[in-house]
Design a binder for this molecule. Structure first.
Ligand code: HEC
Length: 110
């Protein structure tokens, strides 16, 4: 009985860990949460005045196409090739879907 309870407890713990390690696509906020990584450099805040262009408001097709070009080393880049390889096609689709649904940002003139 003790062994059975212990096994059940382990099963619950491992299932929790598994769901933390691999967030499910059924999470409605997954695209937004993954896109938060992009905002560190592609800031949607006009006040940041970053040299790296914002992605919000860019078409989903354009983001997906460029991300796959980076992943496949078809588009030259300093760091996006490495970064894009860290995402699955499904994750890129979710990220692009979220970013394209956001309002376009107009940066102030430098
Ligand atoms: C560490 C900074 C950094 C992060 C984080 C980052 N990018 Fe980039 N991104 C760049 C830079 C720099 C470029 C210009 C290409 C290069 O040199 O790598 C770029 C270029 C791009 C371009 C091409 C823009 C164009 O008009 O050609 C796209 C699309 C893009 N990034 C998407 C993303 C997405 C999606 C994410 C999040 C998953 C992301 N980036 C995260 C720095 C970053």
């Amino acid at each position: 009985m003790k062994n059975l309870l212990c096994s059940l407890a382990m099963l619950v713990i491992f299932r929790c860990e598994a769901s933390l390690a691999a967030p499910s696509a059924s999470d409605p906020n997954l695209g937004r949460n993954l896109a938060a990584i992009c905002a560190n450099c592609h800031s949607p805040n006009p006040r940041d005045n970053s040299a790296i262009e914002p992605l919000t408001g860019m078409s989903k097709e354009k983001i997906v196409k460029k991300m796959h070009a980076f992943r496949n080393d078809e588009k030259a880049a300093t760091l996006m090739n490495q970064l894009a390889k860290g995402f699955s096609a499904e994750q890129i689709d979710l990220i692009a879907g979220y970013l394209s649904s956001q309002g376009k940002v107009t940066r102030r003139v430098k």
